[in-house]
Design a protein around this ligand. Structure first.
Ligand code: SF4
Length: 435
């Protein structure tokens, strides 16, 4: 075992990338005998699973490659995977000759092949591994990330994902259910379903498949014994229909939280973004979910400074944020991405104005968040404990996604306990386990 080849992997970006990294680890462990190391200077293989959603992680990649090249041991290989690999391809090797192979986000199932093909570059975004059954590896023993689709068919004008992950194909439901059952057999309590547009599931499979949609898939997964919770990311506001809301509200295993990316509160800007819905549509869905689903919480993503965004457009974004009171918000300044339509737009928003808007939006939300968190203090809520922190405290989440830390030991891992909320720090609660 000591002379097993060592793998160091760095994962940037979204939950889809985390699952892609788990897939590559699984293939390398079971087919090539690799063991994981968190010391890149000891690794025989260094993998960087990259993200391209904004410019910053891309520019960071090349400085990191320089660092890894300096510290890597003799004969060690460096591979670049993920979304930046998909859109830069061979350019990565041209700019960093220390790189041994480049594997796009749609091609991770070829990781073992890349070890034996010098300077391999495979960034084919039409490659279909939607029915490929990966070997098994999971970063958590209690929570399982499970892909339900690959790629994305939307054409949001600011987004590079369709260019790096290819067209949207749903993964056959029997393969998804097999993964859920295997996970339940191993003691997993929570299933985390992943896709660019999970509530568009079932629209297209690469082979013949019985008619199924996301609400039906959720109900099938909830019938698997041992699974206590089902959560998912990301649904698209456009596909939040009544059948989906009904199953979401009434299936007790589905966590009562939804990450619903707004992007902008202005219908004009939403049109320019090609999001397919309006301010009024988003508000109607958010209010309906708040009305129908007890203790419902919602998180979102907002871009400020999108080309053409006027003061009035920004006021519309602020108006939505004031009305919905998101329990969590990720907000960013618009970052032009290569290959996207928005990158060709000329009505650029002044960078300082965009900074001011982002500041204003984040200050507003910080104030809202303090009120939301303060209103939890004194309540007793059920927490499913999922992680022991290095400081010996225990971390878990409520059924509506509030995160919480408490004093407790690993015996509590995987258990759902009543917890009295005693305080909060930023976006996380502090609690006392009620024995
Ligand atoms: S839905 Fe839009 S923002 Fe989301 S991955 Fe697809 S193109 Fe990108």
């Amino acid at each position: 075992m000591n002379n097993a080849p060592k793998l160091f992997i760095e994962t940037l970006g979204c939950a889809m990338n985390v699952r892609d990294s788990e897939h590559m680890i699984a293939e390398l462990q079971s087919k090539e005998g690799y063991v994981l190391t968190d010391d890149s200077s000891q690794a025989d293989l260094i993998l960087i699973n990259t993200c391209s959603v904004r410019e910053k992680p891309v520019s960071k990649l090349f400085s990191e490659l320089g660092q890894f090249n300096k510290i890597k041991k003799n004969g060690a290989k460096i591979g670049v995977c993920g979304c930046t690999a998909s859109h830069l391809g061979k350019e990565i090797i041209d700019r960093a000759s220390c790189v041994d192979f480049v594997l796009g986000a749609r091609n991770v199932s070829k990781i073992t092949k890349a070890l034996y093909v010098p300077k391999m570059v495979d960034v084919d975004t039409s490659y279909d591994d939607s029915s490929y059954v990966f070997e098994e590896y999971r970063g958590s023993s209690l929570k399982a990330n499970i892909n339900i689709s690959i790629g994305c068919d939307k054409e949001c004008t600011y987004c590079i994902v369709p260019h790096t992950r290819g067209e949207e194909i749903s993964i056959p439901s029997n393969l998804i259910l097999d993964e859920v059952k295997k996970s339940a057999d191993r003691g997993v309590k929570e299933i985390y379903l992943l896709g660019q547009n999970v509530n568009n599931y079932g629209r297209r499979f690469s082979g013949s498949h019985e008619k199924i949609n996301f609400p039906k898939l959720l109900n099938l997964i909830s019938e698997v014994d041992g699974i206590q919770r089902i959560s998912f990311t990301s649904p698209h506001p456009l596909h939040v229909d009544d059948e989906f809301i009904d199953v979401f509200a009434n299936n007790p295993k589905i966590t009562k939280h939804m990450h619903l990316p707004l992007q902008s509160g202005s219908s004009e800007i939403l049109k320019a973004m090609k999001r397919g819905y309006s301010k009024e549509w988003f508000l109607e869905k958010a209010f309906k979910l708040r009305e129908i689903v007890p203790n419902f919480t919602i998180s979102t993503e907002v871009i400020v400074g999108f080309p053409g965004e006027s003061d009035k457009d920004f006021e519309d974004t602020i108006d939505v944020v004031k009305k919905v009171k998101f329990e969590q918000m990720f907000s960013f300044k618009y970052s032009p991405r290569p290959l996207t339509k928005a990158a060709e737009m000329t009505n650029i928003v002044d960078s300082n104005i965009a900074d001011e808007r982002l500041q204003y939006l984040q200050n507003l939300h910080r104030g809202q968040l303090r009120m939301i968190m303060a209103s939890q203090v004194g309540k007793t809520i059920k927490i499913l404990f999922e992680e022991l922190k290095p400081n010996g405290r225990i971390f878990g989440r409520s059924n509506n996604f509030f995160s919480l830390t408490a004093n407790g030991s690993e015996e509590l891992l995987g258990l759902e306990k009543d917890v009295l909320i005693i305080d909060y720090v930023n976006g996380s609660l502090e609690g006392k386990v009620i024995v």
